[in-house]
Design a protein around this ligand. Structure first.
Ligand code: DC
Length: 234
């Protein structure tokens, strides 16, 4: 069967993972949420007191990276994979605002990025994968057949995230979530190593005013067209 690689990048809370999961399901591809991997390393750093951005905390984290074992475990009941940190299911803990507040600083560290990018490349070596993140189309899979770059206005994204956190029972304010979204946008796109940017051959996709069904239909059609073309060219 002809399989392709689909890279979905973009700003935080643009709904990348929702759409990526749907696409993977429809195409029977593997889905990988790379943000979850950065979040799991951040949780590890928080539990061990390695956050705060000082040189010492960064080097302590780097020295301990060999102890951080990550894997995704498929949850039959939910129909998607969950993140495990050293064999512990951390899917819930990594989604808190506390982790969101620290993750961009951890994701700036070159050693962390190198370790995770290597694991991500390995996961996608047989194609048939939908991976979402910030550097998938630029660094992890520069040869991906389909690259999408998602954007939406900061207030729409913050509102979506705010509602999600409230639904999960977290006590947060809209202003706090907006501040976090804006600060992550800034750090993610200004960091030294693989900053968030649109790959030249990525399709820009602004979903500020688009419902989920429309987003899915458009992306699914992009993917089918590319798969068909690849079949013909083979
Ligand atoms: O997609 P997310 O919001 O769960 O990602 C959490 C953070 O991880 C985000 O602020 C930036 C970082 N990240 C990254 O630097 N590179 C990736 N490929 C994925 C996420």
């Amino acid at each position: 069967m002809t399989k392709i690689t689909i890279a979905i990048d973009g700003y935080s809370s643009t709904g990348k993972s929702t759409i990526a999961k749907q696409l993977a399901k429809a195409l029977e591809y593997v889905y990988v949420d790379t943000g979850a991997m950065y979040r799991a390393v951040t949780l590890y750093a928080m539990r061990n007191g390695f956050v705060g951005g000082s040189k010492d905390s960064i080097s302590l984290l780097c020295d301990s990276l060999f102890k951080v074992k990550l894997h995704f475990g498929y949850n039959e009941a939910l129909g998607y994979s969950e993140m495990y940190l050293n064999d512990e299911n951390v899917e819930k803990e990594i989604r808190t605002l506390e982790v969101s507040k620290n993750v961009s600083r951890v994701a700036e560290i070159q050693e962390v990025r190198e370790m995770l990018v290597e694991q991500q490349k390995e996961m996608g070596k047989n194609k048939g994968i939908v991976m979402d993140g910030r550097d998938i189309g630029t660094v992890v899979f520069p040869d991906a057949e389909l690259k999408i770059f998602m954007t939406a206005s900061a207030d729409k994204r913050a509102y979506r995230r705010y509602k999600e956190l409230l639904d999960k029972g977290e006590k947060v304010t809209y202003e706090e979530v907006l501040k976090n979204v804006e600060s992550r946008d800034y750090i993610d796109s200004h960091r030294e190593f693989s900053p968030l940017r649109q790959a030249e051959d990525a399709v820009p996709f602004d979903n500020s005013d688009m419902g989920l069904d429309e987003q899915f239909d458009r992306m699914y059609n992009f993917a089918l067209r590319i798969i068909e073309k690849k079949k013909k060219d083979a």
